[in-house]
Design a protein around this ligand. Structure first.
Ligand SMILES: Nc1ncnc2c1ncn2[C@@H]1O[C@H](COP(=O)(O)OP(=O)(O)O)[C@@H](O)[C@H]1O
Ligand SMILES: [Mg+2]
Length: 227
């Protein structure tokens, strides 16, 4: 079994925040197995812990207890530097607010994760921008792009290193319905073609029906909803 055939696993994950002397126990024992290539939509009320869980799964936020395994390896029982490397190599992130660097062009933004990984994958970056319909916008700055275009740059950036897993946190939250649908179509098509795993946070119930699975976070744990 090659490593890319390994599921994403969360085991009894807990995470709390301490605010003004009070403990907020956000994740209270999350268990999850996501098979390679599955497209999972994660729903839940505002403040339920969706972002927290996504960040824990993506190696961005250490759980208080429990562990996450990606490609057969623990994400938190390794040094932070190794975790950052694993993240850059195996995971891509798309956020609600795009988080493009404002002083870099579309092409440079897409190139960035490849340069952090030690290679400047310019040909691939150009191809990916073509693929998301932005072949004519390579040299545009983020401010010179619409919201939907910026999010498509963010998608190209998320897949530049050919990650096995893509995480997206309310990727259409800032877009009008039609533009949002276009962005999700794009995301679904790139992950399906490349058989990547996709985990998307959304509170759009229509959208959530488009995945292979729909999970709801409730009282700090996951509930699987029938499709
Ligand atoms: N850094 C933090 N410090 C304190 N509380 C936090 C922090 N991050 C999130 N929270 C709280 O944890 C809860 C879950 O947050 P979050 O995961 O962002 O929810 P969601 O994405 O589902 O809206 C919320 O009540 C939020 O206020
Ligand atoms: Mg959130």
């Amino acid at each position: 079994m090659s490593t890319t055939d390994q599921p994403l696993i969360a085991r009894d994950v807990h995470r709390h925040y301490r605010l003004s002397g009070k403990d907020l126990h956000v994740l209270r024992g999350v268990n999850l197995v996501v098979e390679p290539g599955q497209r999972v939509f994660l729903c839940g009320a505002s403040g339920a812990g969706k972002t927290t869980l996504l960040y824990v799964l993506g190696g961005l936020e250490r759980p208080d207890a429990g562990d996450v395994q990606v490609l057969g390896r623990s994400l938190y029982h390794i040094a932070p530097k190794k975790r950052a490397e694993a993240r850059n190599r195996t995971m891509g992130f798309v956020f609600q607010h795009y988080f493009l660097l404002p002083e870099l062009t579309a092409l440079e933004n897409v190139l960035l994760p490849s340069m952090i990984g030690g290679t400047r994958a310019e040909k691939r970056a150009r191809e990916l921008l073509e693929r998301v319909g932005l072949g004519g916008r390579l040299d545009h700055l983020p401010t010179e792009l619409s919201g939907g275009e910026q999010q498509r740059v963010a998608i190209a950036r998320a897949i530049i290193n050919d990650p096995a897993i893509i995480f997206a946190d309310e990727p259409t939250g800032n877009l009008d319905a039609a533009t949002g649908t276009g962005v999700i179509d794009m995301l679904m098509s790139v992950v399906s073609e490349d058989r990547k795993t996709l985990i998307v946070v959304t509170h759009d119930q229509e959208l959530a029906r488009r995945g292979d699975r729909k999970l709801v976070i409730q009282d700090g744990a996951l509930v699987e909803e029938a499709g």
